[in-house]
Ligand binder design. Structure first.
Ligand SMILES: O=C(O)[C@H]1O[C@H](OP(=O)(O)OP(=O)(O)OC[C@H]2O[C@@H](n3ccc(=O)[nH]c3=O)[C@H](O)[C@@H]2O)[C@H](O)[C@@H](O)[C@@H]1O
Length: 430
């Protein structure tokens, strides 16, 4: 005998369809229909609500769903005061990615020389956010306010330009790292492409339009074998999605320069290292693992080929960034319309002396007074290229860029900072 559920007990409203159905069966069908409709609607809701939020906690779209609180008179006052210049001929610079490694150093240097600086950072968890907070605290002490927000937030960017007529934007916010692009490809599209376009859209409509200096990457040279890498060389064979998004950024910059008269300078950084660096980079996690007595993987090319990088010290990079800002010409457009040709540049910022990764490890061993457990392995096909080497004559000529720190000297400064920050290496970096 068929068991009746309590749903079957609910009296139906008699209607003209009634004759076609047995009363109990009709009630049961309506109840089932209602139940499954609810389940269906629920599933759709869950799908749309959760789809951008993958199981990966580092998913960028999850971060973009985060709501940042900004606005209000007190907030605007802080923004204005941070961006206020202290010299008559200074700049007022919006630094994106200000709590990042390069962003922090550039912001502090600009502030020191009297420019007005406002930082912007989304404090995502690609690597330990507490390091970003510590950099933020450092900047706060020198008078730089770092607004918490995403470069994809057009309303926030518009608001910032309403409050401050920035003369320059130093755009350093990005999803960095070549190998992570295989784990979380959408984060690269989100930050390096969508975020960059969003920023350029706001800049092109701003009055006055700012001049923009932004971080490209040595990785755009991809699989090229001709060294040293020159800005005139081909950049159409990237080895990672990261490199491809940086290359896309260079093409996007061309478009906004061409259509809207935005002054744009791209800087191809070569493996930047130093104090307050990025924990996802080899020199940083090698230091952590050597101190912990953990084995490190050192890559080598085919037939034991040397893997090398043109490691560039942060202070040299900062000088290059300031040189680029100082020589940037004004954008020519206004009201979203181009009024004349504007400057479009790209420069290598490297050290011009590549060092094998094995030598990097030897230097670290000497500085840390600990022998590394070396695990030599084949260069994985996950985005890495075998070597990088910058030709910097163009940056030398036009920006006055002249790197002065060799790897030994730079790593010494890094190791001193690392041991101080992580309490002699006892407090392990994550
Ligand atoms: O120059 C650049 O444009 C790029 O520099 C770095 O990328 P990369 O040079 O690959 O820096 P690391 O990830 O620190 O690697 C340094 C070297 O160590 C090697 N390595 C890395 C990891 C590892 O476990 N073992 C190892 O031998 C790599 O192959 C590479 O030769 C940054 O991570 C990128 O964000 C930046 O854009």
């Amino acid at each position: 005998m068929k068991q009746m559920s309590h749903l079957d007990d609910i009296p139906s409203t008699p209607g003209k369809f009634k004759p076609y159905f047995h009363r109990t069966r009709w009630q049961s069908s309506v109840a089932k229909l209602a139940f499954w409709s609810l389940v269906f609607v629920g599933l759709i809701f869950i799908f749309f609500y959760r789809s951008p939020v993958s199981s990966n906690p580092a998913d960028p779209s999850r971060r973009s769903l985060r709501t940042y609180s900004w606005g209000g008179p007190a907030w605007e006052k802080r923004v204005r005061s941070s961006a206020r210049l202290r010299t008559r001929r200074g700049f007022s610079v919006l630094v994106t990615g200000a709590a990042g490694f390069v962003g922090t150093h550039v912001s502090a240097a600009l502030k020191r020389r009297g420019d007005g600086v406002l930082g912007l950072d989304n404090f995502n968890d690609y690597y330990d956010p507490s390091l970003k907070r510590a950099r933020q605290a450092l900047l706060e002490r020198s008078g730089v306010f770092v607004v918490e927000g995403d470069i994809n937030d057009a309303a926030l960017l518009k608001k910032l330009f309403e409050v401050v007529p920035f003369t320059h934007v130093m755009h350093l916010a990005a999803q960095a790292g070549v190998r992570y692009a295989m784990e979380n490809p959408s984060s690269y599209v989100h930050s390096n492409i969508a975020g960059f376009v969003n920023l350029l859209e706001v800049c092109k409509s701003a009055n006055p339009q700012p001049a923009i200096v932004w971080a490209s990457s040595s990785s755009v040279y991809g699989l090229n074998t001709k060294v040293p890498f020159s800005e005139k060389d081909r950049t159409d064979q990237p080895a990672s999605l990261y490199a491809a998004t940086k290359k896309a950024g260079e093409e996007i910059a061309h478009t906004y320069n061409h259509i809207y008269g935005l002054s744009l300078t791209g800087l191809r950084f070569f493996t930047v290292y130093g104090p307050w660096g990025r924990p996802d980079m080899a020199y940083f996690f090698f230091t952590r693992d050597i101190l912990k007595g953990k084995a490190i993987s050192i890559f080598e090319g085919v037939n034991h080929g040397t893997v090398a990088r043109d490691f560039t010290y942060i202070d040299d990079i900062v000088k290059g960034c300031l040189g680029a800002l100082d020589t940037a010409e004004k954008s020519t457009g206004s009201g979203g319309k181009k009024r004349g040709a504007a400057q479009l540049r790209v420069f290598n910022l490297g050290n011009t002396s590549p060092v094998p990764v094995t030598d990097l490890v030897t230097i670290l061993e000497r500085l840390l007074k600990v022998k590394a457990k070396r695990n030599i392995m084949k260069l994985p096909r996950n985005g890495d290229v075998q070597f990088t080497h910058a030709n910097i004559s163009s940056a030398q000529r036009e920006l006055g860029y002249k790197p002065t720190t060799d790897l030994q000297t730079g790593l010494k400064k890094f190791a001193r900072w690392y041991l101080g920050y992580y309490n002699g290496g006892k407090k392990a970096a994550s």
